[in-house]
Design a protein around this ligand. Structure first.
Ligand SMILES: [Zn+2]
Ligand SMILES: [Zn+2]
Length: 548
């Protein structure tokens, strides 16, 4: 029975180029996951989009003397190009500026207000006297009251991950002019999170064995302390308008509305597909599974506030899993667009093939600990693992077969026990890799696939078809046939990780359809199938000049 799986992926602020920390943390994992599930026959809806109303956008616009929309449009176009080149297989990548999203966010706002989950209250906000305006949270910086980190922003501390109000910062200062902001009163809408602490705690207690320990620890820790109501509107011009008269100078704050994007994007996808009600299969059918792929700085929103919003709105599926990743460090620091210290994706897509980048990022994914990015490590892993274990295996087997067996899959005659054992191991390895991917253990899945590739190399070294092709051609044909059968299974195991080279290999093996069209199942090669002339899948690399 095929499952309906919603793959929600963090919405990036289009305020700078994407970097490899974001890719390894939030974008490559869901792509591997979605590609596997599609081949396995499940119905996947993978959505995200550009989070265009964040203050990171207005910060950049003000720095460059452009309008926020100009900043958004430029980077949104760049992101679409990057997704294509990196092979991120969205069902829809949209933006929060669409009329559909704005209306969906306002609909939730209105319903929550009507039923009392939103209420108004006057609050003290930070106001910059020099500029004569209220400061967005991110425009205020200072010392974190929880961990003492000095570069904390008014919305969140990047060091300890806690969400903040700007008024909690010690020694607050305006990001633009360094002046000490004043506090002034302003009326805002508050989300009654405190009323949902018990229901969230109950939800967070049951059936969470498959969740990552650091994700559960974070969410349960905050629930144990108790959620507080939080303001969800701000004195801003750039944002989703509040659908209530008298609040024209204020906007819905980004953390309340950007997560609504998972719902609005599903609706947009359904509309574009000509099946306007199809979003309900993912959001309202309790059998559907909802996943959120994010970095750990987004945990609060995806494990607490957005689930609370879903409970308040009613009849919307809560997350089945939030497999958040840790950070990728770069030269000893957390890679960050707004800090300008990051390995930016467009540069790396020029430097390396997409599958080489995907291999390295998947093999070093920060699933449970921070990881460190380096070009030297990327080159080493490309040469020692991707090229020598996998690329050379394929090249050896296909070239030898192509040259000695009329460019066709040989007839194996009767298989030996060791041949059958290798093929059987391919079947079980394929199942194991699929299970790892489905459990969001992506590094483990890749490791299992490469362990099998090593096994195939060992088999070939025992069989030595490069010798037997002179002395016992039938034996060479049998072992090459077996190796091609193993490569058929490996091709599929590796496909979610390395889609470009796997599709190319699929063609070299004589198939004319899309890889994966037969499902997540190893099929034996058919003797006599015409092969394409083999070409190397990957190339050896040198560490580029100026790389880290
Ligand atoms: Zn200021
Ligand atoms: Zn802190």
């Amino acid at each position: 029975m095929p499952e309906n799986i919603l793959v929600g992926v963090a919405w990036p602020y289009p305020n700078g180029s994407l970097h490899l920390g974001q890719i390894a943390g939030a974008y490559l994992p869901p792509d591997i996951f979605a590609r596997y599930h599609r081949v396995a026959g499940n119905r996947v809806l993978m959505v995200s989009g550009s989070d265009q109303f964040g203050t990171p956008i207005t910060v950049r616009a003000e720095q460059e003397g452009r309008t926020p929309q100009e900043v958004v449009d430029g980077f949104h176009a760049e992101y679409l190009d990057c997704w294509e080149r990196l092979g991120i297989s969205w069902d829809l990548y949209t933006a929060t500026g669409t009329q559909n999203h704005i209306e969906t966010a306002q609909e939730i706002f209105s319903k929550l207000l009507e039923q009392g989950d939103l209420y108004t209250e006057w609050m003290e906000l930070t106001y910059c006297v020099q500029e004569g305006r209220f400061l967005p949270d991110r425009y205020v910086e200072g010392t974190c009251p929880h961990c003492g980190f000095d570069g904390a922003r008014g919305d969140q501390c990047d060091n300890c991950g806690k969400t903040l109000d700007p008024t909690e910062l010690i020694n607050p200062r305006c990001k633009f002019d360094g002046s000490t902001p004043e506090r002034r009163p302003s009326e805002h809408f508050f989300l009654r999170l405190s009323a949902y602490n018990d229901r969230l705690t109950e939800w967070m207690t049951n059936d969470k064995e498959h969740w990552r320990a650091h994700v559960l620890g974070f969410a349960r820790g905050i629930l144990a302390e108790g959620l507080h109501d939080r303001a969800i509107t701000r004195d801003l011009e750039w944002g989703v308008p509040i659908p209530v008269e008298g609040y024209e100078s204020k906007r819905i704050y980004v953390w309340f509305e950007n997560v609504v994007g998972y719902l609005s994007a599903a609706k947009e996808w359904a509309q574009l597909n000509g099946t306007p009600e199809a979003w309900r299969d993912f959001w309202e059918d309790p059998a559907a599974k909802v996943y959120y792929f994010i970095g750990k700085d987004n945990l609060w929103f995806h494990t607490l506030s957005w689930p609370a919003q879903c409970l308040m709105f009613g009849n919307l599926n809560l997350p089945y899993d939030v497999p958040a990743n840790q950070y990728v460090n770069f030269g000893g620091w957390k890679a960050s667009t707004s800090r300008g210290t990051a390995p930016f994706l467009p540069i790396y897509l020029e430097r390396y093939d997409a599958d080489t980048l995907r291999y390295y990022l998947a093999a070093t994914m920060p699933e449970n600990n921070d990881s460190e990015f380096s070009d030297a490590e990327l080159v080493r892993r490309n040469n020692e693992e991707l090229v020598s274990t996998w690329g050379n295996l394929v090249n050896r087997v296909l070239t030898m077969t192509y040259r000695n067996f009329d460019q066709r899959v040989p007839d194996p005659g009767t298989l030996k026990t060791s041949d059958e054992a290798l093929l059987a191991l391919g079947k079980t390895s394929l199942v194991a890799v699929g299970e790892s991917i489905a459990a969001c253990k992506f590094k483990e899945g890749l490791r299992q696939a490469f362990t099998y590739a090593q096994e195939v190399n060992r088999y070939l070294n025992q069989e030595e078809p490069w010798k037997t092709r002179e002395t016992d051609k039938a034996s060479a044909g049998r072992s090459l046939y077996t190796a091609i059968g193993a490569i058929e299974a490996l091709k599929l195991m590796i496909y979610p990780y390395l889609p470009f080279s796997s599709q190319k290999l699929h063609g070299m093996l004589g198939h004319r359809d899309e890889i994966g069209a037969q499902g997540w199942e190893a099929t034996l090669p058919v003797p006599g199938t015409a092969l394409e002339e083999p070409a190397p899948l990957f190339k050896k690399l040198d560490v580029p000049e100026g790389a880290v």
